[in-house]
Design a protein around this ligand. Structure first.
Ligand SMILES: [Ca+2]
Ligand SMILES: [Ca+2]
Ligand SMILES: [Ca+2]
Ligand SMILES: [Ca+2]
Length: 432
């Protein structure tokens, strides 16, 4: 109680958003812990844990990177569908080194990140990993086991991520990763080989996270990238990139955040139809919330009028906005994206941030894990992007990348996160 009062007082003192309005409270049951076999933890990569149904039983499963010890392949933890998890299974796949070529060797460098998706479109979830100077694809067999898909050489960049995104909307997943001074996209051809060619985007500073976003309402995914920007937002930025539709991206602008962000989450936090952003700033010990409005997306302007209005002034606004959007995407001029930057109060070394509607009230709430501590910090969204009712929930020792999903199929989003000591902490959502 005292701690809560102190936290609230600190929030008021910091001028952070505070609401006294009654809200449906977010609550979680006491944490349960399951073994992962990943002793030091799945690592600080923005994507050190992910989820998919690997054994096709309808239950959400987890995969964790094991980044610290050589020969450490990822670990799969199968879900029982009731919020509990089975014993961990180390993925037993050899990596064919594309440089040496003649050897099937275990991973030399351990796995730094994991991202799931069905690359070869066989209905079974696959896993993309980064391991040393390689990205590799582990093909799911649909029973919780995997086989080697492909391995590609990369020139290492900063923090590691391998999201599987259909960048050119051809129905085939592509693999995007951060490389030295660039972003590299391996275009998928629907086969296990990711054989559709390579696209390079840049230049880019040292990258820490890559998330899909929508900047301009065209059919192609855009990107929010956590990036240190020499000469610009040095060590403190998230940059927004327009997807060119061919697998490459063009940087439109950067936004200053707190110091050394490690992760960014994309979510429409204020309900205006435009993506907003929040970053986990590991060295300013806070999170930044960037509310976008009247941005690249004309949708905001259309919302100026009431639904179905024929008001000419609104139509003019829309036309004007579209004109500006066209200008902004064809030049490097500052865009119309207006951001409101709000920094939270103290977080002990926040490294990961995720969004989901935890109380089923229609807005995305935030979950932050901090690598110095034992907590998943939950912020309730009041529907306008203001974060209220902060709760620091014990979940695991030095918790790293959380996965938000409904593990027990009760319609409420739960939290799982791997931490040190081989522990998977799970918080089951029991909000009313
Ligand atoms: Ca499953
Ligand atoms: Ca597959
Ligand atoms: Ca909510
Ligand atoms: Ca649930």
């Amino acid at each position: 109680m005292t701690a809560r009062k102190t936290a609230l007082a600190a929030m008021v003192a910091a001028g952070f958003m505070l609401s006294t309005s009654a809200q449906a409270a977010i609550s979680f049951a006491s944490p349960k812990t399951y073994p992962t076999g990943v002793l030091i933890g799945p690592g600080p990569s923005a994507d050190s844990m992910d989820s998919a149904d690997f054994n096709n039983d309808g239950n959400i499963d987890l995969v964790l990177a094991d980044p610290y010890l050589p020969f450490s392949t990822p670990v799969v933890v199968l879900g029982n569908g009731d919020g509990t998890f089975k014993a961990p299974i180390r993925i037993n796949v050899k990596l064919k080194d594309p440089l040496l070529g003649f050897l099937d060797i275990p991973y030399l460098y351990a796995t730094q990140c994991v991202n799931t998706g069905d690359v070869n479109r066989d209905g079974f979830a696959d896993i993309a990993v980064e391991t040393g100077p390689f990205v590799a694809l582990l093909l799911g067999n649909g029973d919780g086991t995997f086989r080697h898909g492909t391995t590609k050489f990369i020139v290492l960049g900063g923090q590691l991520f391998t999201p599987l995104i259909d960048t050119n909307r051809d129905g085939k997943l592509d693999l995007v990763t951060g490389t030295a001074a660039t972003l590299t996209t391996f275009l998928g051809d629907g086969t296990p080989k990711l054989g559709g060619g390579v696209k390079i985007s840049g230049p880019v500073g040292v990258t820490a996270a890559f998330r899909e976003t929508n900047l301009n309402n065209d059919q192609y995914p855009d990107a929010a990238v956590v990036e240190s920007l020499p000469g610009g937002a040095f060590f403190r930025g998230v940059s927004l990139w327009k997807g060119n539709g061919d697998g490459s991206f063009a940087k439109l602008r950067s936004i200053n955040t707190g110091f050394i962000p490690e992760d960014v989450v994309v979510a429409d936090l204020d309900g205006d139809g435009v993506d907003d952003y929040a970053t986990a700033n590991s060295f300013s010990f806070n999170i930044s919330v960037i509310l976008s409005s009247k941005g690249f997306a004309p949708k905001t302007y259309e919302n100026v009028g009431k639904a179905g209005t024929e008001d000419a002034s609104v139509q003019n606004l829309v036309a004007e906005a579209k004109q500006k959007i066209n200008e902004s995407v064809t030049t490097d001029a500052p865009t119309e994206l207006r951001d409101i930057l709000l920094n939270s109060t103290f977080q002990p070394g926040p490294v990961s941030i995720r969004a989901a509607d935890l109380d089923n009230d229609g807005d995305k709430d935030l979950v932050v894990t901090s690598v110095i501590g034992i907590w998943a910090t939950v912020y309730e969204n009041d529907g306008t992007g203001k974060l209220i009712n902060r709760q620091d929930l014990p979940i695991a020792l030095l918790p790293q990348t959380p996965v938000l999903a409904d593990f027990n199929k009760d319609g409420k989003i739960d939290i799982a996160v791997g931490g040190w000591g081989g522990a998977l902490g799970v918080l089951i959502n029991n909000s009313h």
